[in-house]
Design a protein around this ligand. Structure first.
Ligand SMILES: Cc1cc2nc3c(=O)[nH]c(=O)nc-3n(C[C@H](O)[C@H](O)[C@H](O)COP(=O)(O)OP(=O)(O)OC[C@H]3O[C@@H](n4cnc5c(N)ncnc54)[C@H](O)[C@@H]3O)c2cc1C
Ligand code: SF4
Length: 525
């Protein structure tokens, strides 16, 4: 028999008293064998411990001690505190020479094992942090029982693209997972999305749109915002047509994110779900060039604008127009499209986000002899997913922090050198991040063959004219209210066009929210 009193050997008296009082409050009688503790009590224990004990080190110590006792008692819930299940990945030497996807996905057994770690929290922080409020504990419960088709069915109430987010979601949920508070690694929520996408029998769920409302909605942009708006609208009985300037469907997911992170066939498979539901796509149709936004607003019962933020920012320094100084977005697009197959020499990528990482890792794969990233802040401020940063460094990308170019120097119109300056971090700016400030006299020169700029993008909204009645914000994004409605009746917007460069899951969430608002608006019309 293993009782809680045994914790007295592992904890201080104060810690032991805390554990006892929390366990009693969680509904566990202290004289019981730990073998009978169930996962409901364990969840309550962890929740109360995080509420009551301020020191993370102490929480970690208490959980470690409890885990030892649970194991000793043979209680299987001890496995909730197992380490996170690793996912197999191609070795750096192999992956840096190839565009094949680097992560292989979990086996079904690994996926189930990882799901069984979830505490299925009563007030799940992960769900609150997820922009679309995905039912994470419910999905984990189903996966843990091997009910993958049911988990897939659940996921379809949010968006139909789990293979995509299962690969590239930035994981606000994992950062919020309560496991972080007790010194454990968070649940692999992103990977578990991929488990659902990889192992569900998609034909087991028949999606049937509601009877036709007879109303038509136009969507501008087929990125995650537009796709998810289209998905929810078509299911609600609307006739939906998506216009996109590009020749492929999926926005940045399909046009720019490299194959080694998100293979095109994943996006194409998920887009086919929409096509089967009856969503029509008009490609190579640019709003502003081929049709105006006011034409659409007149012709359709409602319009959703999801055109993203794809106009690269410029640095505004001398030499930016030299040959060899290029923008990351068109570069990535041309590589993905097969138009660029090689790059040679020394490549410098400027920026610290996922676009910069993608450009650097792509350059390595295209044959650059040296790839370095220059970022003006410190590592802690880098907006890129830390998994991407680690992947890039393992592959041989070097990251130079707290420095920025101030001039590109060329010979015969071709960039050859880059004059840079070291930076230090000053006071926090309006976004909460500490502002980088140049250190006078710290200039230095680097030799370059290519410089790839990845310092951010703005929405390209020239197609919106004053007479359209769609107001923009002072940041050049589309102004919307809490229902994603623009200032023109019947016109809604979401994704990067509203937020500035953000994330796929925020765009999916905006698309869903806008579809719900459009449905309410059209029902009341
Ligand atoms: C290289 C790169 C890597 C990224 N990595 C990640 C990541 O790892 N994780 C993550 O969550 N996010 C990542 N992002 C960001 C993510 O892709 C975007 O936040 C998301 O795609 C925004 O979705 P959206 O629907 O608002 O717009 P977009 O995906 O940009 O789609 C907009 C669509 O509108 C079309 N369009 C634009 N103007 C017009 C017009 N006038 N008429 C008709 N069509 C038009 C475009 O052709 C495009 O297809 C990355 C972005 C890039 C570029
Ligand atoms: S993923 Fe983490 S926060 Fe979410 S329910 Fe599971 S344990 Fe709780």
């Amino acid at each position: 028999m293993v009782q809680i009193s045994k914790l007295g050997n592992l904890l201080t008296l104060e810690e032991y008293n805390l554990v006892s009082s929390i366990l009693e409050e969680a509904g566990f009688k202290l004289d019981q064998d730990l073998e009978v503790m169930d996962d409901r009590i364990l969840e309550a224990f962890v929740r109360l411990l995080v509420e009551r004990e301020q020191s993370k080190d102490k929480r970690k110590k208490i959980i470690y001690a409890l885990r030892l006792l649970l194991e000793e008692s043979g209680n299987p819930i001890a496995s909730k505190f197992n380490p996170r299940t690793p996912m197999s990945i191609l070795p750096p030497q192999v992956r840096k020479n190839s565009f094949q996807e680097i992560r292989k996905g979990y086996t079904l057994d690994e996926g189930i094992r990882e799901a069984q770690r979830c505490l299925t929290c009563k007030n799940p922080r992960c769900v609150e942090a997820c922009p679309i409020h995905f039912g994470i504990p419910a999905a984990f419960r189903l996966i843990a029982q091997g009910k993958i088709d049911a988990a897939y069915k659940l996921s379809l109430s949010y968006y139909p693209c789990l293979g995509t987010t299962g690969r590239i979601c930035v994981r606000f949920c994992e950062d919020a997972c309560i496991m972080n508070e007790i010194g454990m690694e968070p649940l692999a929520i992103r990977y578990s999305h991929r488990v659902i996408a990889d192992y569900a029998d998609k034909s087991s769920v028949q999606l049937t749109p509601k009877p036709s409302t007879g109303k038509r909605v136009a969507i501008v942009g087929s990125g995650p915002a537009g796709l998810n708006a289209a998905y929810h609208l078509v299911l609600n009985g609307y006739s939906v047509i998506v216009y996109d300037a590009a020749d492929k469907i999926g926005g940045m997911l399909r046009l720019s994110i490299p194959e080694f992170r998100l293979p095109s066939h994943i996006v194409e498979d998920e887009v086919s779900i929409l096509k089967k539901l009856g969503v029509r796509f008009e490609l190579r149709k640019k709003v502003g060039r081929d049709i105006t936004i006011s034409d659409l607003a007149r012709e359709y019962d409602a319009v959703f604008i999801g055109v993203g933020a794809n106009k690269p920012k410029r640095m505004g320094i001398p030499g930016e127009d030299l040959q060899g100084v290029i923008q990351a977005l068109p570069f990535l697009y041309k590589v993905k499209n097969g138009e660029i197959k090689k790059i040679s020499g020394k490549v410098w990528v400027i920026g610290g986000g996922d676009v910069a990482m993608d450009a650097a890792r792509t350059s390595l794969r295209l044959g650059a002899s040296q790839v370095k990233i220059m970022y003006r802040r410190s590592r802690a401020e880098m907006p890129a997913d830390h998994e991407q940063v680690t992947d890039a460094e393992e592959e041989g990308v070097e990251i130079v922090l707290l420095a920025t170019p101030i001039e590109f120097i060329g010979e015969d119109g071709v960039v050859k050198k880059m004059k840079c300056i070291r930076m230090k971090l000053g006071e926090p700016g309006p976004d909460g991040r500490r502002r980088p400030e140049p250190i006078p006299g710290s200039e230095f020169i680097e030799e370059v063959d290519y410089v790839i700029l990845a310092i951010g993008q703005d929405p390209e909204l020239d197609f919106i004219k004053p007479e359209d009645g769609i107001e923009l914000t002072k940041w050049g994004t589309i102004k919307v209210d809490e229902n994603m409605a623009t200032t023109r009746l019947g016109v809604f917007a979401g994704g990067d066009a509203v937020r500035g460069p953000a994330t796929a899951i925020e765009a999916f969430a905006d698309g869903k929210k806008a579809a719900e608002s459009i449905h309410r608006y059209l029902q009341s019309k």
